[in-house]
Design a binder for this molecule. Structure first.
Ligand SMILES: [Zn+2]
Length: 395
């Protein structure tokens, strides 16, 4: 192999599963065990005490399971959920039902898809929640295996990023890729020459964003850039850690110097080691855009587990898990989740009295996709952003 990744055919055949599932299938087949089960996907705890997670990866899971004799029920892709209901029950995000031996081997790849996809989308949503109207760009593909670039950028975008840097990622999202300029450009041709050439050579549709921290002080270089570019759109500060001191104060100073000279419309994009905790002070200091890398591409996974909760129509689960196929409701006012065994006819949130809505949708019947036949990341992203309002921190 030149590059170590499993291709679509191998994933579909279950080659990326754990061997014990294949051995289990063999035993069940040889003994002709046709136990019908309901398998539930839940999360016991979220990374870093997150107050919510974004459910993502369903489109790929349905492609994985397509053609198997199974039914699938799930939250809609992009649903923001709390992992534990208001009364302490883990919130199911997905169910697979069928003869266990028919889908046992797909537990591992199905989990892998939703755990990592949801981890990336959740991190992006947490960052976008802080950034608000400011632009967030996904810059993190360089920290991960290149085969994953479209996966990372799709989920970063779904979670709320406004643009992505990878060509392949942008291609699957049907968007233009976004980027500024690397330090290499200034190092190979000198700063002023690099800026001038960028302005002269590149198509007008590409925003003029000058990287201003290569050799000199951000303030003086920003002012210089306003002179070199015919119409500067923004400066980018990627100030190295060793020079940062107080990054927000640098941003505030650059903002001030640009503003008093009439460059109020020149934005300030910041990048380098950003996460959801560093956005707020930089935004308050005047940053208008954020290039976020590793914290998104290497986001902690959402650790879903798959557990059998029903066997041949009867509630059964291992120790530590709640048995039975459940109903999941969300309050449209406060965002709290309710998990019930019987259908909840009251429709009122027990926490705030708001309206509750059922959240689980039948997405696959006997191996046939009922939804998500085509991917629609734009629509899923809008759905994520529309729900973020429910989860604004009240601190
Ligand atoms: Zn409520």
């Amino acid at each position: 192999m030149k590059f170590y990744y499993a291709n679509e055919k191998e994933i579909k055949e279950g080659k990326t599963t754990d061997i014990y599932f294949v051995r289990t299938e063999e035993i069940l087949r040889k003994r002709n065990v046709k136990t019908h089960v309901v398998a539930e996907f839940t999360v016991q705890s979220l990374p870093d005490s997150y107050d919510f997670a974004v459910f993502s990866g369903l489109y790929e899971v349905l492609n994985l399971l397509e053609g198997l004799p199974v039914n699938v029920y799930a939250l809609k892709e992009g649903t923001i959920f709390k992992n534990i209901s208001y009364n302490g029950i883990p919130v199911p995000v997905m169910y697979i039902e069928g003869i266990y031996a028919d889908f046992a081997r797909y537990e591992t790849p199905a989990l892998g898809l939703i755990c990592q996809a949801s981890g990336i989308a959740t991190k992006a949503a947490r960052i976008k929640r802080e950034a608000g109207d400011s632009i967030v760009l996904s810059f993190g593909i360089r920290r991960m295996h290149p085969a994953l670039a479209p996966f990372i950028d799709r989920n970063a975008y779904i979670g709320g990023c406004d643009g992505v840097s990878s060509i392949k990622g942008a291609e699957v999202l049907n968007l233009p890729p976004k980027g500024t300029m690397p330090h290499a450009l200034m190092l190979t041709m000198g700063e002023e020459n690099a800026w001038k050439s960028y302005d002269e050579i590149l198509d007008e549709s590409i925003p003029r964003i000058a990287l201003v921290d290569t050799f000199c002080d951000e303030k003086f270089s920003s002012l210089k850039a306003t002179e070199v570019f015919k119409k500067l759109d923004a400066v980018r500060l990627d100030t190295p850690g060793s020079r940062r001191g107080n990054f927000a104060r640098i941003v505030r100073e650059v903002r001030w110097e640009l503003d008093i000279r009439g460059f109020n419309n020149v934005g300030i994009i910041v990048s380098g080691g950003l996460d959801e905790y560093s956005i707020k002070p930089l935004k308050e200091a005047g940053a208008t855009g954020f290039g976020v890398g590793t914290s998104i591409s290497n986001a902690p996974t959402i650790d879903y587990a798959m557990d059998i909760v029903e066997v041949n129509g009867k509630p059964v689960a291992k120790r530590g898990k709640f048995s039975g196929k459940k109903n999941v409701y969300r309050c449209s006012e406060c965002g709290e989740y309710m998990v019930t065994y019987e259908t909840y006819h009251n429709n009122r949130c027990p926490v705030c009295g708001g309206r509750t809505e059922p959240m689980i949708v039948e997405v696959m019947k006997n191996g046939e996709k009922l939804h998500y036949k085509e991917d629609n990341p734009q629509k899923i992203r809008e759905y994520v952003l529309s729900q973020l309002k429910l989860y604004i921190k009240r601190d």
